[in-house]
Design a protein around this ligand. Structure first.
Ligand SMILES: [Zn+2]
Length: 84
């Protein structure tokens, strides 16, 4: 039920801020995961924790983004307003 078109119909600045935050957090997570492959021992444990934190951060950002889409700029409200 998730329309891909919703991506293109949420131009508000707050949404973009959330999207940027999500992207940044996801990048940190990706890099941390890639880094894990080369590490062992305590360095691995530290990097693993960092990856887990980054994962939480990007999941939170994703949740905020979804909530914002539903409350503020849901695509449905746009289609109903154009009934001229
Ligand atoms: Zn919005």
């Amino acid at each position: 039920m998730i329309g891909q078109s919703s991506r293109f119909e949420t131009p508000c600045t707050e949404w973009h801020t959330l999207d940027d935050r999500y992207y940044d957090a996801f990048t940190v997570y990706s890099e941390a995961v890639i880094g894990l492959m080369r590490l062992t021992g305590s360095a691995y444990a530290q990097a693993y924790e960092r990856a887990e934190n980054a994962k939480l951060a990007y999941q939170q950002a994703e949740d905020l983004m979804r909530c914002h889409e539903e409350e503020h700029c849901r695509p449905e409200s746009r289609t109903t307003s154009t009934s001229a």
